[in-house]
Ligand binder design. Structure first.
Ligand SMILES: N[C@@H](CCC(=O)N[C@@H](CS)C(=O)NCC(=O)O)C(=O)O
Length: 211
């Protein structure tokens, strides 16, 4: 059984999508980031960075003590290694996926997160920040659109990179993006979104926000 320290956000949903795709049994441990659970000492023992998601695999593939992992990209790789799925073992396949996973972790996620913050949450509207982040998000969407106009999935076949990117692109409107300008992304959103595991992963823990 895998414990998933979770709140229903884009970074959290990457992990539930992968767990559903691999049919790995998991247990959601709610970490309410709106009330500060992520900064509590018991959670900081699992993720010293104080953010969700994190996992504890109680039955690691290699046996032995439970394995704890934080950072959503590292968790996706761990689950790929554990299941042998969606994270190719061959050199070319692995780095085709890895580069897009890193692109999401270091580019799209942080930038789109800031864009959404300055557009929807910031207590004052700062035109310079809104303009800077909306434009950089549009640039990243352009890069993704160009890649997806050449292949069905970012690394050729469906992988953990698609799972990392998808929950960040679903809320494109909150990032000030007009999806009609990115037809290959729009088609990919529909293709990925129709997968049963993606639907289940996106829905995981949605009741938590109401509690
Ligand atoms: N790079 C980290 C980012 C994690 C992250 O930013 N998580 C957000 C939710 S999506 C969070 O826990 N926010 C609470 C906080 O900032 O205190 C990852 O991909 O796991």
């Amino acid at each position: 059984m895998i414990d998933v320290y979770y709140w229903p956000t884009p970074n959290g949903k990457k992990i539930t999508i992968m767990l559903e795709e691999c049919a790995l049994p998991y247990n959601i441990v709610p970490v309410n980031i709106q009330s500060g659970d992520q900064k509590k000492p018991e959670f900081l023992k699992i993720n010293p960075n104080g953010r969700i998601p994190a996992i504890v695999d109680r039955k690691p593939k290699a046996g032995g003590e439970p394995v704890a992992v934080f950072e959503s990209g590292a968790i996706l790789e761990y689950l790929g290694d554990k299941s042998g799925k969606f994270w190719p073992a061959d050199l070319r396949g692995r780095y085709a996926v890895s580069q897009w996973l890193m692109w999401q972790m270091g580019g799209l996620g942080p930038i789109a997160g800031q864009t959404s913050h300055f557009l929807n949450t910031a207590p004052e509207k700062i035109p310079y920040a809104v303009d800077r982040f909306v434009k950089e998000t549009a640039r990243l969407y352009g890069v993704l659109d160009a890649a997806l106009s050449k292949s069905q999935y970012v690394a050729g076949t469906y992988s953990i990179a698609d799972m990392a990117i998808y929950p960040w692109v679903v809320p494109y409107a909150r990032q000030g993006q007009d999806i009609a300008k990115f037809p290959a992304i729009e088609a990919w959103l529909a293709r990925v979104g129709e997968r049963a595991a993606v639907k289940a992963g996106m829905d995981a823990g949605k009741e938590l926000r109401k509690s």
